[in-house]
Design a protein around this ligand. Sequence first.
Ligand code: CA
Length: 221
Amino acid sequence: MRILVVEDEPGIAQFLKQGLEEESFAVDVAEDGNQGLDMALTGEYDLLLLDWMLPGVSGIEVCRQFRKSFADTPVIFLTAKDTVQETIFGLQAGANDYIKKPFHFDELLERVRVQLRPRSGEHEQFTLGNITLDTTLHQVFKNGKQVHLTQKEFALLEYLMRNKGKVCRRTRIIESVWDIHFQYNTGIIDVYINAIRKKLDLQGDEDYIQTVRGVGYVVRG
Ligand code: CA
C-alpha cells in the first residue's frame, strides 16, 4: 500500500515516512500544496496524509481538487486546527478523518489502518496454493502454519498476491512497495523474492512466483 504525505515541516514528514515504512507501507513525501496535488493526481496512492497549512495551495484546496478525480481514496488531515467549525470545514472538503497535532504515531497508524481496512470488517485474505496472506492480521501462513516475513517481504508478497495472475512490472513493484526514489535499483526485488521463496520453501510445483524475463514477476496458484 502506498501513502502520500503532504507536509512542509521536514521533521514531521521524515518522522511519518520512517514510521510508516517500518509498518511496510511505501511512502512518498510532497513538501508543498502544488507538488502534493500533482503527485496525488497521478492516482498512485492508496491514502493521503495531508497537512492543512501548506505553502502554495492549502491542504483544504488539495483535498477539494483531489476529490474531483478520486472519490474513494481515503484522505486524513493532519492539523493543529481543532475548533469544531474548522473540523467541519475539513470534512466538508472531502476528508475521511483528521488527526490533531501533536499526535501519537500509534494513533495515527491505527487511523490509517482503519481507513484502509476492507469495508466488510472481515479479514482480508489472499491465497496462493497452500499459502494464505492475511492483511488484517498482517501474517502469512503455509499449510496453516505461520511463516515470519520481514515488513518489506510481506509488502512485496502482498503486492504480488493482490495482482495474482497479472504480470507485475519491476517499476510498478518498486513504486508500490518501496518508493519512487528506488526506481533505478529494481534489482533489489530479486533479493527479496529469493528470501520469500526460501522462507516459504517455494520450489518445484510449489514455486508460485514466476520470473518474466526483462519485465518482472507474476504469481499463479
Ligand atoms: Ca504546515
